[in-house]
Ligand binder design. Sequence first.
Ligand SMILES: C[S@@+](CC[C@H](N)C(=O)[O-])C[C@H]1O[C@@H](n2cnc3c(N)ncnc32)[C@H](O)[C@@H]1O
Length: 261
Amino acid sequence: MHSPRPDADAVAARLRAAGCVFADDEARLLLAEHEAGRPLDDMVARRVAGEPLEQVLGWAELDGVRVRLRPGVFVPRRRSAALVRTALELVGRGARPGVVDLCCGSGALGLAVARSVPDLELHAADVDPVACACARDNLDGLGQVHQGDLLDALPTDLVGRVDLLLVNAPYVPTDELGTLPREARDHEPTTALDGGVDGVALHRRVAAGAGPWVRRGGRALVETSRRQAPLTVAGFAPADWHVDVLTDEGLGATVVRATRR
Ligand SMILES: C[S@@+](CC[C@H](N)C(=O)[O-])C[C@H]1O[C@@H](n2cnc3c(N)ncnc32)[C@H](O)[C@@H]1O
């Protein structure tokens, strides 16, 4: 006997009742996972309880690239496509560029770049072991994942060889964490969100330490906000870096681009 095909409308109704704005779309995605063999009730219950859709699905999309995700790992944000697109404009010219995805989370940024640039030396690093495990899922065969604090995690033979340093570090000021959506507060670790008193504590540390790693003419790209961009810029010593700020209105994204002198 066949079990009846789950009713998409009934799933959507449960999601809608739990406050999911895009309930019909979400129901369709959950049913597709179910058809691939995953228990529907469990997924719907997790979503109804407030877990981010992407963590429930086990994947997210960044600029058209599917990224595997685990519970407790930061969900890549749509605006971070600006970092990927800027990176793709900059790499690919040299032979086998050295790319670092710092504060990599799931490894989404490195993965999206690697999907478009066939031959690069990719390193990703994060302090969180769960994020590192997730990044290893995504970057298997594409790059190495290192666990540790910011640049200290990287192998020292990268000193002076980095062409592109991608940074999406946490940049929410500590006293604004409470204003984040509940999904983020409850299901993403504070280490993935908290940027310190003014939000740019990690940007400052990366900017202060990146000089020896990035080759002359190489770039550091740091995702920030429009409001915090001047603070992020100020972290880079003008003697060592030429810095400008790029914005993408469509994505609502701000990227600090620092070029090593
Ligand atoms: C905003 S999330 C970005 C993740 C990923 N780059 C993305 O865009 O989806 C920030 C990440 O920085 C990591 N992180 C926070 N503090 C760190 C540190 N001191 N060293 C390395 N990684 C850190 C967190 O664990 C988290 O995965």
